[in-house]
Design a protein around this ligand. Structure first.
Ligand SMILES: NC(=O)c1ccc[n+]([C@@H]2O[C@H](COP(=O)([O-])OP(=O)(O)OC[C@H]3O[C@@H](n4cnc5c(N)ncnc54)[C@H](O)[C@@H]3O)[C@@H](O)[C@H]2O)c1
Length: 275
């Protein structure tokens, strides 16, 4: 994929990994369509890209709603004429004991983190298949490759879904000319904590435990890897490669042992149902 002059849509593009990827794409000459619900930050991105001489369209779009993603597709095609790259990246975190999570909270996180990605693919894949070219990037997480903690069961659930969806999508879309990339970073220094929800615990600090992951990297590091992967048509983007490789290899070799070892590594969760 030639990045120069490509038209790229990025959801959750006003902050963190999305915003860094928008900058990286624009820096390499792509035209960018930035979608987000955070209107102030969307405006900041618009000004920044325009001031650096890039072409940018911003669209307020909540990926939890069919009609808003449809609107994004319509606006992008109307304004830019075509879409070459779509990065389904918008995401949120919900933490808390899984049995205390209400169905509304489950629905909130899965509507954004899973159905948001599916909506993005449904909206743009037909256009790419018609042209026999394009590239879809879905942001999952290291949380989509293995369960690393007990404090974020809903997040891990959604990210596993995105990883499976994206791997299967690659089998379908790549032979038809559309590239697919799965983004599975470890910790990244972003604003993700701002929108995190804690459910079923009075004091979140009693709930989040040491998660035993390598230190956070800058979003720019992820962005460079993502755009390189699109340019070179590669599937997986990670950070903390050694850590991921070790865990994933161990999990594939002996899944029972992997689960037992992870339990051994983590502190014991509080039992909230015992007086
Ligand atoms: N930060 C990390 O450690 C980390 C690690 C692995 C994966 N991720 C994933 O990376 C992606 C980007 O997160 P980030 O860390 O850059 O966080 P971030 O909060 O800095 O950026 C996420 C952006 O998504 C937007 N957003 C949230 N809900 C939305 C919705 N319903 N519709 C449209 N936009 C919405 C937010 O307004 C925000 O601008 C997420 O999918 C996240 O799960 C993050």
């Amino acid at each position: 994929m030639e990045i120069r002059d490509a038209v790229a849509v990025v959801t959750g593009g006003a902050s963190g990994i999305g915003r860094a990827t928008v900058r990286e794409l624009a820096g390499r000459g792509a035209q960018v369509v930035v979608a987000d619900i955070h209107e102030d930050r969307l405006e900041e991105v618009r000004v920044e890209i325009e001031e650096s001489g890039g072409r940018v369209l911003t669209v307020r779009c909540d990926v939890a709603y069919d009609d808003q993603v449809e609107h994004l597709r319509h606006e992008a095609l109307e304004e830019m004429g075509r879409v070459d790259i779509v990065m389904n990246n918008a995401g949120v975190v919900a933490m808390g004991p899984p049995e205390r999570m209400t169905m509304e909270e489950w629905d909130w996180i899965l509507q954004v983190n899973v159905y948001g990605v599916i909506r993005g693919v449904r909206a743009f894949l037909p256009h790419m298949l018609e042209r026999g070219s394009g590239h879809i990037v879905n942001t999952a997480s290291l949380a989509g490759l293995f369960a690393y903690a007990w404090d974020s069961v809903p997040y891990i659930t959604g990210k596993f879904a995105v990883a499976g969806f994206t791997e299967a999508l690659a089998l379908y879309a790549r032979p038809l000319g559309v590239g697919v990339t799965l983004v599975c970073p470890g910790l990244v220094d972003t604003n993700l904590g701002e929108t995190a929800r804690f459910v079923g615990v009075d004091d979140p600090s009693t709930w989040i435990k040491e998660i035993q992951l390598p230190a956070a990297v800058a979003p720019e590091e992820v962005a460079t890897r993502v755009v390189d992967a699109v340019a070179e048509d590669r599937f997986l983007v990670t950070t903390a490669e050694d850590h991921v490789k070790e865990r994933v290899t161990q999990r594939a070799a002996d899944h029972d042992r992997f689960v037992a070892d992870m339990i051994g590594r983590l502190p014991t969760p509080p039992n909230l149902h015992r007086p």
